[in-house]
Design a protein around this ligand. Structure first.
Ligand code: DGL
Length: 270
């Protein structure tokens, strides 16, 4: 199975595109819903929670785990790749979603000015600034931390008046930083769920980019380049779900993301 990890439900937006791109592959999704959101937590805590979940997926035999969470990719991926995996008994690989997104996002802008909405953890890590500069040194990138958006999504509160207040506040703050922005990246896997609400406050000439398709295409490409990993993957088209909260809680939330009639196992020990 390909392991897919997120702090909660957000990674389901990535999983959907991964399944479209790799319809025959088996997936094992793990949402750390009991401890979500990660966005405002410390580096140490995000790393500890992420490694606990990722090592569980590796232990289940996943030859590849995708961190379908920008906050975990920004805060934990490097330590996992350079330290934890090296000192572990697992042979699986762990990939993040910031690098593949950074490799592509520069092709979307005409003005050369990009905006990013993300969690405080992702914004303050500056991972996107560093990675985009590596591939597109002449593009100007402005970021806006949106500390409340994930909670609005996780709690199903995203279509309320209160949600609109906070969405408008953060959208205006980003546009004030750079009026020449023509492309905005949703740099958190939860945000595609509130794309319509965000668009209400954006001028029509600004395009909003979600990561799902980009990550799926890059994963497909990665597996073509790594047949030794691809050959270890099961291909019966199945997806199983794990959550650190209760199965009922996960099923209810996953429904909002279009996942119905799913099999969910609760991991209360993580
Ligand atoms: N969906 C995750 C991301 O992409 C994060 C959310 C959170 O738990 O704050 O950043």
């Amino acid at each position: 199975m390909i392991g897919v990890f997120d702090s909660g439900f957000g990674g389901l937006t990535i999983l959907r595109d991964l399944r479209k791109a790799l319809p025959e592959n088996d997936f094992l999704y793990l949402g750390d819903n009991a401890r979500s959101p990660y966005g405002s937590r410390s580096f140490e805590t995000i790393h500890r929670y992420t490694w606990q979940s990722v090592s569980y997926l590796l232990e289940q035999g996943c030859p590849l785990v995708v961190l379908a969470c920008n906050t975990a990719s920004a805060r934990a991926l490097r330590t996992i790749q350079q330290k934890d995996l090296v000192n572990s008994p697992y042979s699986g690989r762990v990939l993040g979603i910031i690098r593949p997104t950074a490799e592509e996002i520069g092709f979307y802008t005409k003005t050369g000015h990009i905006g990013i909405f993300a969690t405080p953890g992702t914004v303050y890590s500056e991972s996107y600034l560093l990675e985009i500069r590596r591939f597109f040194p002449n593009i100007k990138v402005s970021q806006q931390a949106c500390p409340l958006w994930v909670s609005l999504v996780e709690n199903g509160e995203f279509d309320s008046e209160g949600a609109r207040f906070f969405i408008q506040r953060d959208v205006n703050a980003l546009l004030e930083k750079d009026p020449e922005i023509d492309t905005i990246l949703l740099g958190c896997t939860h945000y595609p769920l509130i794309a319509d609400q965000i668009r209400e406050f954006l001028p029509k000439n600004i395009q909003l980019v979600s990561q799902g398709k980009i990550v799926a295409e890059k994963t497909l490409d990665y597996l073509k380049r790594h047949p030794e990993i691809d050959s270890k993957l099961q291909k019966s088209g199945k997806t199983n779900f794990l959550t650190t909260d209760t199965a009922e809680f996960f099923k209810k939330g996953a429904f909002l993301f279009g996942e119905t009639a799913i099999s969910v196992k609760s991991l209360t020990f993580l």
